[in-house]
Design a protein around this ligand. Sequence first.
Ligand SMILES: Cc1cc2nc3c(=O)[nH]c(=O)nc-3n(C[C@H](O)[C@H](O)[C@H](O)COP(=O)(O)O)c2cc1C
Length: 161
Amino acid sequence: MAELLIVYHSRTGGSRQMAEAAAAAARDETTTVLKTADAAGPDDLLQADGYIFCAPENLAALSGVMKDFFDRCYYPVLGRIEGRPYALMICAGSDGENAARQTARIATGWRLKQVQPPLIICTHAQTPEAILAEKHIPDDDLDRCRELGAALAAGLDLGVF
Ligand SMILES: Cc1cc2nc3c(=O)[nH]c(=O)nc-3n(C[C@H](O)[C@H](O)[C@H](O)COP(=O)(O)O)c2cc1C
């Protein structure tokens, strides 16, 4: 069975809920490994056949912990995972585009194949208190994460990418 690796970072819970929803749906289709960014490393990337990366946008960039995952793994796996499919999920307050663009550039460096446009979910938190509060991602947004997880996992299992 093909293996899907989902790597995520979350500060206030939104990205975690998104990653967990994608993982739960993906597990119905293929072997799925869910790891936090600080626990994941090059061996996890090498072992998997495809990826979902999920993280918040912080200060108009990918969150630092997720960036550290890519920084640690970039050269150890460069040239060894080319052509593998991936998808991207970003949790943001009101934007998310820069984090998505930045992550896509890293993935292009690895020569990964993006199999669908980035899924950006905005929490619409505006005040410092709301931004720092624990997030609750609505079920219809989590449905979009479930669809993404199921589609990537099913495609991996069928070998269509
Ligand atoms: C330090 C910090 C910086 C942020 N910068 C942005 C930003 O540049 N753009 C944006 O859309 N949201 C921004 N946000 C909002 C978060 O992306 C949003 O709260 C999201 O839910 C965080 O995901 P998480 O719950 O997985 O941590 C920022 C939040 C924090 C704490």
